[in-house]
Design a protein around this ligand. Structure first.
Ligand code: CP
Ligand code: NVA
Length: 319
């Protein structure tokens, strides 16, 4: 029996929310990655796989998006379902309707809801009041869909995850948080290098270190980017000013000036290191053109895997 035939039998993820990887066991995350790889193969071979036939997924966006919007819309379509793009400008949530009422109403129409928003509490509240699965499509605190696709990508390239080292250089933001939690769950060492004042949330570091005790992953926050990148299998970075922090751009350019991932820094990593970035990227800021457009960069593979990983997620939770 293939993984997709086993969906919801072995792991019974049906009806679950996906708010952060902390809520999923190592085995469940590995299962979702394996399922994503199987679904990717099916799509490449032209095999039909439509567990969302007759189902509708709502996509609430309170922030901009290219990858998340397109991959969720296309993914839902490919699974046989229908996706609704719900911009905050067009729904009553943007005019003050409560999250509880929005969740209650939407649960009567939809089979699943994805939300991209600012405060993480909003995602948590939506999940609390909705009776259908809620997927976090990015909050200020976490970006688990991205990280699921990222670990799928690393697994495809390296053939393993446990024992690898991922260096994250830059802002201790939503990406840094979800990479630490995901790494801890999967046994991937994660070394984060951030300038003073821009470190990851200390509680999330502690949570990740606690989770890591079971997998042997080393989760650390350092100051020196070279120390983080030393012998790394993967170098990861993200924008210096995330969505919602645009007005801090100038201050941040100054604070992060020694944190660019460039050819010199990349020399500290293993020769066959992978360069990753969730995108969108700012060339000449967090990463040099030579690195992001160089031969170690796998940015488009990871972007593609958003589609496959989220199809696996929707099939398991909503299908
Ligand atoms: N990486 C990512 O989530 O991209 P978008 O903001 O374009 O969705
Ligand atoms: N940290 C970035 C990620 C974008 C996908 C942001 O929140 O804007």
């Amino acid at each position: 029996m293939s993984l997709s035939e086993q969906t919801n039998k072995c792991f019974n993820l049906s009806g679950r929310d996906f708010i952060e990887l902390t809520d999923y066991t190592t085995e469940e995350i590995q299962y979702l990655i394996d399922l994503a790889i199987e679904i990717k193969r099916k799509q490449k071979n032209g095999e039909e796989y439509q567990p969302l036939k007759g189902k509708t997924v709502g996509l609430i966006f309170e922030k901009s998006s290219t990858r998340t919007r397109v991959s969720f819309e296309v993914g839902t379509y490919q699974l046989g379902g229908h996706a609704l793009f719900l911009s905050k400008n067009d729904i009553q949530l943007g005019r003050g309707e409560t999250i509880a009422d929005t969740a209650g109403v939407m649960s009567r129409y939809l089979d699943g809801i994805m939300i991209r928003t600012f405060g993480h509490d909003k995602v948590v509240d939506l999940a609390r009041y909705a009776t259908v699965p809620v997927i976090n499509g990015l909050s200020d605190l976490a970006h688990p869909c991205q990280v699921l696709a990222d670990f799928q990508t690393i697994y495809e390239y390296k053939g393993e995850l446990k024992g690898l080292k991922l260096a994250y250089v830059g802002d201790g933001n939503n990406m840094a948080h979800s990479l630490m939690i995901g790494g801890a769950k999967l046994g991937v060492h994660v070394s984060v290098a951030s300038p003073e004042g821009y470190e990851p949330d200390p509680q999330i570091v502690v949570d990740a270190q606690e989770i890591a005790k079971a997998t042997g992953a080393v989760i650390e926050v350092v100051r020196d980017p070279k120390a983080a990148v030393q012998d790394a299998d993967v170098i990861y970075t993200d924008v210096w000013a995330s969505m919602g922090f645009e007005e801090e751009q100038k201050t941040r350019e100054n604070a992060f000036k020694d944190y660019q991932v460039d050819e010199q820094l990349a020399k500290c990593a293993k020769p066959d290191y992978l360069f990753m970035h969730c995108l969108p990227a700012h060339r000449g800021e967090e990463v040099s053109e030579g690195v992001i457009d160089g031969e170690n960069s796998i940015i488009f593979d990871q972007a593609e895997n958003r589609l496959h990983a989220q199809k696996a997620l929707m099939a398991a939770l909503i299908g």
